[in-house]
Design a protein around this ligand. Structure first.
Ligand code: BES
Ligand code: ZN
Ligand code: ZN
Length: 493
């Protein structure tokens, strides 16, 4: 891919597919299990029984247990053309699932510091999860740091046999690379990523993957009445944009429209946020990054589904020109909103995006946003809240759980919709009570969804950005959630 106009991207380990063991490589990754009677080594079929037994003996001697995600490094033995062997723990063999494989493959990839080439034989248990885990686990972001210390592994080869294995590899690679693209976008600091520069990056992405792109600049937004995006962007010298991407295959069976929140920095505006951790608000465009990456995956997978992506980009700043509490704004569809808190800005830009996307009457409409701190209070840091049409929300949550992106369906209580009525406008952007903050944001958005369109709203405030140490295939900072959920949903159609 052509380089994007970003200050930095995460480490790009190349993950490739091969049917046969290469001649020479640095590290051989082998799967081990924790059996009732101790360590079990799964025969990869690549080596003679003698060699497998010797590997098992050596691993047992150094105390490998086969516990999930345990990594044990031993010197290579006669007959293995590597420098060393890495045993990757997969836990109880009877309980092995895709998520265990993904996580273990990721931990293994991360452990391969200062290694050039590695070959993994874990694919015998599932090519796609091993590929995804390797690509996702090798990712780390050091941005513009001059000295980064150790270098990550440069190539991981996934061994597999036959056409289906190759297909599974491709699907895993495309999905995981899409996640890494979303991570790159979210990790970019707001010094470098602001509405105009973000629109440039999106245009570059579109050109690379043959997607149609349309950028509405500030003038066009004024002319067409995008009052939500304009109000939120008003306090910044870096003016807002609304960008649409389209993947339009010839014989599309369905049309899925995604809308993403793209606040490139959220200070809260005049309703200023407290200082602690405000830096994390560089990630307030995580929803937009996820839906852009999803469109890229759809195109690369050549799915026969039309995909439209609408992202509303603005920087929420306090300033002499900023919008104020008490202001009344008019959205793209004519609905008016009384702004009671300028920090509840995501719903204002999404409202315009949802109204625009609804005009085409897509079969499915999905919005994605780092929308509320209340999501984190309700569900924690790792579980997305999904609202909207109850069946559809439940369907997406189930897909999320299956691909390892935890998600839970949440209701849209009618009393909260009632509480969003304003005495001076059609709506107000917050309710008088703090309770149910994630849900009232969802209720607000619902008002902008066209009639009889199947809709879901995904709140990723917590899951999009990992503020603690890396775990499984989740690095520090941007996680790329819920790209794989969206890709899996498109594939399911
Ligand atoms: N971007 C925030 C939500 C957020 C909080 C994302 C923490 C990630 C981590 C959003 O714009 C916001 O500030 N929401 C307010 C809404 C409130 C004023 C009703 C919130 O959640 O506090
Ligand atoms: Zn906010
Ligand atoms: Zn925000």
């Amino acid at each position: 891919m052509k380089e994007l106009s970003l200050p930095a991207t995460g480490t790009a380990t190349t993950v490739t597919f091969a049917k046969k063991l290469p001649k020479a490589y640095d590290a051989l990754l082998v799967p081990v299990f924790k059996g009732e009677d101790g360590l079990e080594l799964a025969a990869s079929g690549q080596f003679s029984e003698d060699i497998d037994v010797s590997i098992w003996e050596l691993l047992s001697t150094v105390g490998a247990t086969g516990k999930a995600e345990e990594i044990t490094r031993i010197p290579a033995i006669e007959g293995v053309d590597a420098d060393f062997i890495v045993a990757v723990g997969l836990g109880d063999s009877e309980k092995l699932d895709d998520e265990t494989l993904r996580r273990a493959s990721a931990v293994a990839a991360r452990s391969l510091k200062d290694v050039e080439t590695a070959v993994t034989t874990l694919g015998i248990f599932g090519i796609q999860p091993v590929t995804e885990g390797s690509v996702l686990g090798a990712y780390s972001y050091t941005g513009q740091k001059s000295e980064t210390g150790s270098t990550p592994v440069s190539t991981i080869t996934v061994l597999g046999e036959g056409k289906t294995a190759k297909d599974e590899f491709e699907r895993g690679l495309i999905a995981a690379e899409a996640v890494n693209l979303a991570r790159d976008l979210v990790n970019a600091p707001s010094s470098h990523l602001y509405p105009e520069s973000y629109a440039t990056v999106i245009t570059e992405v579109a050109k690379t993957y043959g997607l149609d792109v349309d950028v509405r600049d500030e003038k066009k937004l004024v002319k067409q009445g995008f009052g939500g995006v304009l109000a939120v962007g008003m306090g910044s010298s870096r003016k807002p944009r609304l960008v649409q991407l389209r993947y339009q295959p010839k014989k599309a069976k369905k049309h899925v429209s995604f809308v993403g929140k793209g606040i490139t920095f959220d200070t809260g505006g005049i309703s200023l946020k407290p200082g602690a951790n405000m830096d994390q608000m560089i990630s307030d465009m995580g929803g937009s990054a996820a839906v852009i990456a999803t469109a890229v995956a759809a195109a690369r997978l050549k799915l026969d589904i039309a995909v439209t992506v609408t992202v509303a980009l603005a920087e929420n700043m306090p300033d002499g020109e900023a919008f104020r509490p008490g202001d009344v704004i008019t959205h793209y569809n004519g609905t008016t909103t009384e702004v009671l808190n300028t920090d509840a800005e995501g719903r204002l830009v999404l409202a315009d995006g949802l109204a625009l996307a609804s005009e085409e009457k897509p079969d499915y409409l999905i919005d994605c946003a780092t929308l509320t701190g209340a999501q984190i209070i309700a569900l924690g840091d790792r579980t997305s809240g999904i609202m909207g049409d109850a069946d559809f929300a439940a369907q997406l949550a189930t897909i999320g759980q299956k691909v390892g992106e935890q998600a839970w369906a949440m209701p849209l209580p009618e009393e909260l919709t009632e509480a969003l009525k304003s005495p001076v406008a059609d709506l107000r952007n917050i309710t008088p009570q703090r309770s149910g903050g994630m849900l009232s944001a969802g209720c607000f958005l619902k008002e902008f969804v066209g009639e009889s369109i199947t809709w879901a709203h995904v709140d990723i405030a917590g899951p999009s950005f990992n503020t603690s140490a890396a775990y499984g295939y989740t690095p520090m900072r941007a996680t790329g959630v819920p790209v794989r959920t969206f890709v899996a949903f498109l594939e399911s159609l």
